[in-house]
Design a protein around this ligand. Structure first.
Ligand code: BV8
Length: 240
């Protein structure tokens, strides 16, 4: 008899990719310690100096292509053997997919895709590591990274779908995010209000910690594999 598989939503931020060597934003050594957000991650910055914005994302894209999924990504993918898992990520890398997660929603876009700067629905997979000035879409406009900048609305379908998913969670895992960027940071509480068990995994407390049912303090690459082993043990005793 196949019991209903619990719905587990894993909400991730830059911290889940930290052990893959990708920089976070607000930590020591984070991007926003070195770059002014509005100059490289906003429409105003793009308008003022598109070359600087392209270079910022070209550097990050090269780091993503050189990185590999870490134990946290692999553990999150392994959860799919036992649960109905959806990953909602704020990250623009593809490490969840490369680790084997099959249901990933990118609410802030994807660095490995390019987009027309006049038509947000014109999206192109990127064959190269860089987008350069002069690379144009079919309307003749400059290509830009397919990511959501500050002051830009999130892709409506992706956002509405992620709200529905969060509100249907039995367990909502928030992993490696400072939970300060909205509207994405409102997803954990949307889940909790609908009855989800809210678990946070982070080496540091965040704006979300006081609302979490469980706060598992530590690096995701250590905590998540332990969590999967625990589940495997429990399931072995009480097979579903
Ligand atoms: C919007 C782009 C409607 C891609 C990102 C004024 C004007 C306009 C808007 C606003 C405004 N004031 C506020 C807003 C809303 C704004 C916002 O929330 N600002 C914040 C900063 C206050 N949001 C927006 O603008 C959004 N759009 O509101 O549209 C609108 C439209 C017009 C006008 C008004 C409103 C768009 C938000 C999306 C912005 N784009 N990224 C890219 O370059 O990556 S957000 C950026 O922050 C990244 O996507 C990132 O993922 C996200 C969240 O950061 P985190 O992932 O949490 O990373 P962070 O470094 O903060 O934290 C890392 C955590 O990991 C830490 O807690 C650390 O302890 C932990 N960690 C470290 N190591 C480990 C670890 N955890 C586990 N294991 C480890 N080993």
């Amino acid at each position: 008899m196949e019991f209903m598989r619990e719905k587990v939503v894993v909400f991730t931020g830059a911290g889940v990719s930290a052990e893959s060597g990708l920089r976070t934003f607000r930590d020591m050594g984070g991007y926003w310690r070195e770059y002014a957000i509005e100059s490289v991650a906003s429409p105003e910055g793009w308008k003022a100096n598109p070359q600087a914005v392209l270079e910022f994302y070209n550097e990050r894209r090269k780091a993503v292509l050189q990185a590999s999924p870490n134990a946290a990504h692999l553990a999150i993918a392994a959860l799919e053997a036992r649960f109905d898992v959806v990953v909602i990520t704020q990250n623009i890398d593809d490490l969840h997919e490369r680790a084997g997660s099959t249901n990933v929603m990118h609410v802030h876009g994807e660095i490995l895709k390019a987009r027309s700067s006049v038509d947000p629905f014109l999206i192109y997979p990127l064959a190269t590591a860089v987008i350069e000035m002069g690379q144009l879409c079919e309307h003749g406009s400059q290509l830009r990274p397919d990511v959501v900048w500050f002051g830009e609305v999130l892709p409506e379908d992706e956002w509405n779908a992620s709200v529905r998913v969060a509100e249907s969670a039995d367990v909502f895992l928030s992993v490696g995010t400072s939970a300060v960027v909205y509207p994405a940071a409102s997803l954990p509480m949307m889940a909790k209000r609908r009855g989800a068990f809210l678990v946070e995994v982070n080496p540091e407390p965040t704006a979300l910690t006081e609302y979490a049912d469980e706060f598992l303090q530590g690096p995701a690459g250590v905590i998540l594999p332990q969590m999967v082993e625990l589940v495997r043990g429990v399931r072995a005793i009480h097979p579903a």
